[in-house]
Design a protein around this ligand. Structure first.
Ligand SMILES: [Fe+2]
Ligand SMILES: [Fe+2]
Length: 471
């Protein structure tokens, strides 16, 4: 089905024929718009931004670029096409036809999964709302706003499921999505990483690399769901998520490149004297964001996760491509455990370890970007290597929550942690330094001194293209 832009709410779910649902969503719309004005990007009302908008959900052909006045962005509801004869792929219902309605006995669990995912989407918009004021270039500002409008659309995707399939309590949950706010002491967002500030662009790039990638893995495992509408909406969201992670990966690469250039130009002295972000500081931000994102996967052993799996609600990453029984009746999976002052691996039931498996898949994926960034450093002839810290480092959830560890994974005392943590995580001084670099650059084609130009522009346009028009 093509996307209907004549409707007040663009969609490919036949909203025109479903009066009850359309009216429910149209009642939610003004609250959403109010939320965007109050909690979305600051001072963006009068900007024309060169954005992509979905015009169809066909692979590769969905993006249409053009100038959009930010508040007029057409948020909508887009599901990937149904797969004919799709079956539940795992758990106790494996092989049964996928559900087109919510199975009554799993209603509460499914709603919880959708609310938890949905809550992260507006949260990241709230976290990033001040960044526009200090953009390093028009190109980057456009990318920020593209990410923001798409996270807004991801909220729409989850709200569609709540309104369309859960009745009254779904509508209440949809309201609550606009009432919780990132960092709000009384009504915070559900997950901790989404209550932290994103105070500068280095944090933004780290967030889009590491935290949006957590989003990719959560969405991918929900895309396996036996509840077909959830699967289809997640499959389309994943195509948007890919751009967010590109923004992070390329942003960090450009910062690394600029740091290396400055070091090679000047040979001596502190890179900071030349107004770039030095590699050790980058490593600290990386340590922080990676460890916070690892926590988002939850406990290593989780009965909730096992239940979601057995019920057929949330699968493993690329479940259908895994060659096993898809029930995990007797299978084992290695998980870390702290014994005394050492971390050891123990075999646990694979069913209760599905969180850990997803985290493992995520870590492998994270490593790929580091390979690219380290190549830039090597090619510049500089002796430095960015590394992912070990799992035990700086964790708040799971087996390592109660201990202190070096980035290399050695368990240490609280005293050693206190003495050394400023060398591993951004200190107040590091944060102040990064903040001191944040000044807006809005001349087309120009870049802030601390970041290299991108390899190419967006949508085949040159880097000097006017990606934003100010009124
Ligand atoms: Fe998202
Ligand atoms: Fe995202």
């Amino acid at each position: 089905m093509t996307i209907d832009y004549q409707e007040k709410i663009p969609n490919n779910v036949g909203l025109g024929e479903d009066r009850r649902l359309r009216r429910a969503l149209e009642r939610w719309l003004p609250g959403y718009q109010r939320w965007w004005r109050e909690f979305g990007p600051v001072d963006s009302e009068s900007l024309d931004v060169y954005l992509r908008t979905a015009i169809s959900v066909e692979a590769g052909g969905w993006a249409n670029y053009g100038y959009v006045r930010m508040p007029d962005y057409r948020w909508g509801i887009f599901l990937a096409h149904p797969e004919p004869d799709r079956r539940v792929g795992f758990g106790m219902h494996a092989g049964e036809p996928a559900w087109q309605e919510v199975p009554g006995e799993y209603r509460a669990e499914l709603r919880r999964l959708i609310v938890t995912q949905g809550d992260t989407e507006p949260a990241s918009v709230e976290q990033q709302r001040h960044l526009g004021k200090t953009c390093p270039s028009l190109y980057d500002l456009r990318n920020l706003f593209q990410v923001n409008v798409e996270e807004g659309r991801h909220l729409w995707a989850m709200v569609y499921l709540l309104h369309g399939f859960f009745g009254r309590d779904g509508r209440e949950e949809a309201e609550a999505m606009l009432e919780r706010h990132s960092g709000d002491p009384d009504r915070p967002r559900i997950l901790n990483a989404f209550n932290q500030e994103t105070p500068d662009w280095l944090s933004f790039f780290m967030f889009t690399y590491f935290t949006d990638r957590d989003g990719k893995y959560q969405l991918a495992s929900l895309a396996e769901s036996g509840f077909d509408p959830l699967s289809r909406t997640c499959r389309f969201m994943l195509t948007e998520e890919a751009h967010h992670m590109f923004v992070g990966e390329s942003g960090i690469r450009r910062i690394v490149q600029r740091a290396c250039e400055a070091m090679n130009e000047h040979k001596t002295g502190e890179p900071r004297a030349h107004g770039v972000i030095d590699l050790p500081t980058l490593q600290k931000y990386l340590n922080l964001h990676f460890s916070a994102s690892l926590d988002l996967f939850g406990q290593e052993l989780s009965t909730n996760a096992a239940n979601y799996y057995t019920m057929g609600l949330k699968g493993r990453f690329r479940e259908t491509r895994i060659d096993d029984d898809h029930r995990l009746a007797d299978a084992l999976y290695p998980v870390p455990e702290v014994r005394g002052d050492a971390a050891v691996m123990v075999e646990a039931p694979a069913l209760t370890a599905v969180n850990e498996r997803l985290r493992d898949d995520y870590v492998v994926d994270c490593q790929r970007g580091l390979g690219k960034w380290n190549r830039v450093i090597r090619d510049a002839g500089i002796d430095f290597e960015l590394r992912l810290p070990r799992r035990a480092f700086n964790r708040k959830i799971g087996a390592f929550a109660g201990i202190r560890s070096t980035p290399e994974g050695r368990i240490i005392t609280e005293g050693e942690w206190d003495r050394r943590q400023a060398g591993w995580l951004p200190s107040a001084e590091d944060q102040a330094y990064v903040q001191s670099l944040m000044a807006p650059v809005t001349e087309p084609g120009k870049m802030a001194n601390w970041i290299a130009a991108p390899a190419k522009g967006i949508d085949g346009k040159p880097i000097e293209f006017e990606y934003l028009r100010f009124d």
